[in-house]
Design a binder for this molecule. Sequence first.
Ligand code: SAM
Length: 293
Amino acid sequence: MQKDIATPIRTKEILNKYGFLFKKSLGQNFLIDPNILRNITDAAGLTKTSGAIEIGPGIGALTEHLAKSCQKVLAFEIDGRLLPILEDTLSPYPNVEILHQDVLKADLKALITEKLHDIQDIMVVANLPYYVTTPIIMKLLEERLPLRGMVVMLQKEVADRIAAGPGTKEYGSLSIAIQYYTIPETVMIVPKTVFMPQPNVDSAVIRLRTRERPVVQVLNEVFFFDIIRKSFAQRRKTLLNNLSNGFGKEKKELILEVLHKTNIDPKRRGETLSIEEFGKLSDCLWVSFNPKS
Ligand code: SAM
């Protein structure tokens, strides 16, 4: 029986065998603790009929745990130098398919239809490259992929922002964007020592459970997210100031009227509004700005 890839000794052996040097610019911090990998895989709740999509398999540390727990693993790896290594380390697992692609450029919907068409239950499970954590998660959510959810390792600071509620300093447009589509929860905080090389920041594993329907139903989703972005443009400014800066001073009176109509004090800051309040505000502003629509 082969040893886990994710032990310091075996990882070093593999890296030495291929003369592999880490690329910091690709967020390459490999996991070297099998316990953490078991926890991540368990948190995903996979069964033998599930599919897993992994982003950045590295040398296959997490991939092998996923391969043992589900029907099929589809893994996206941007670094071509890792392909021959993965072919070697994952040779015992015929249910893994590695795609040499930048996940941010991949046509995920088409690939899921093509490669995972016989699978109902699909989870994204990954130790994400930290330089692109947010764009990856947002792409996965905005494309409305048929996912049960995600279990991902990311920077603790980003995990805190994702799970934050109104009135906290971590709460912002990222919290709202992710909570709009999913229910987030922190699975565990992870020390730097379980990575090779060690990252500069603390990490956390979070689980995002896809909601059947977004948390609020709004008239125009693009406008809703635009309102949120504008409301948080300058955190110390009031909602009224941020919105009238964002939409133009000539709209100030109209915005004030809408704030009164929706019972939202214009002196409040964006960070105090719940998603439901942003939904109400967005719909009311949308109707006021587009009276004929
Ligand atoms: N899963 C491995 C582990 O846990 O040991 C490696 C995780 S490492 C944090 C991130 C991985 O993502 C690296 O292998 C890196 O090359 C890959 N990667 C970085 N940017 C990527 C992108 N845009 N698309 C796909 N893979 C990417």
